[in-house]
Design a binder for this molecule. Structure first.
Ligand code: 3SL
Length: 241
């Protein structure tokens, strides 16, 4: 198995696909997706375009759908939900499909959606993603960070490092054998340094600070937890996990 980490969708190669692609948007799209599925959501359908989201979701019975949207960290007006995983309780999401569009996470997912296997990972479901890789043994794995509008983000890279670190611990591969690019080694180093204070790292991250200004401290705390949800968001059809 060879692992490649790309910090942003823009840095992700085009014109080819890996055996398995993993999108990461710890703050907060992939944490929300994992939470919805763990809370009994029927599925999560991802859109980059809000008008398309509205048009597709209109075809679903109102009691079976939820619209979630975020732009610049804030909830999209008229939607039931923003992008806070803490709003996705069982009472709210069970049996419903979440139609979601966020600034960066959905764009990153679309960048790799044509890969044969597409997963969404966050720190909260890291163990389930690692277990999938151990079971399936794909030859090439890409982990794609969502970043923020084309720039690197600490929280996505530390999550990519957490996945790589755990994979090296649990598989027959050393970190060096797993690393397909230098980003893997640096992401593991970042995770190794901060693994006992991920919330502290989030407080230093630019998007963490942006969310703190929006009074989302509880979201940061929740998303900084590791391995708390045994859920594997995996693409079933294009854009649907
Ligand atoms: O950019 C995204 O996709 C979002 O996850 C950003 S936010 O955390 O909802 O502000």
């Amino acid at each position: 198995m060879k692992l490649f980490i790309y910090h942003t969708p823009e840095l992700t190669p085009t014109g080819k696909t890996p055996d398995c692609a993993i999108v990461v948007d710890v703050l907060r799209a992939t944490s929300t997706i994992a939470t919805v599925l763990a809370s009994g959501g029927e599925a999560v359908q991802v859109f980059s375009d809000l008008e398309q989201l509205i048009a597709v979701s209109e075809k679903w019975p109102p009691e079976k759908r939820l619209r979630a949207g975020e732009r610049g960290g804030a909830k999209v007006a008229g939607f039931e939900l923003g992008n806070s995983p803490l709003d996705c309780t069982r009472e709210v999401v069970e049996g419903r499909r979440l139609f979601i569009s966020t600034t960066n996470g959905t764009r990153a997912l679309q960048r790799i959606e044509h890969s044969p296997s597409v997963l969404a990972a966050a720190l909260i479901n890291r163990a389930a993603v690692v277990q999938y890789l151990l079971d399936k043994q794909p030859e090439t794995v890409w982990i794609v960070g969502s970043g923020w509008e084309g720039t690197f983000s600490l929280e996505d890279t530390v999550c990519a490092g957490a996945i790589a670190h755990s994979l090296a611990e649990k598989s027959q591969f050393s970190q060096d054998e797993l690393a397909g690019n230098d980003e893997v080694i640096s992401a593991i180093a970042l995770y190794s340094h901060w693994q006992n204070d991920l919330l502290g790292l989030f407080h230093q991250a630019s998007h963490g600070k942006r969310l703190l200004r929006l009074e989302s401290h509880e979201d940061l705390k929740y998303c900084a937890q590791t391995d708390i949800l045994d859920v594997l968001p995996i693409q079933q059809e294009l854009g649907v996990l």
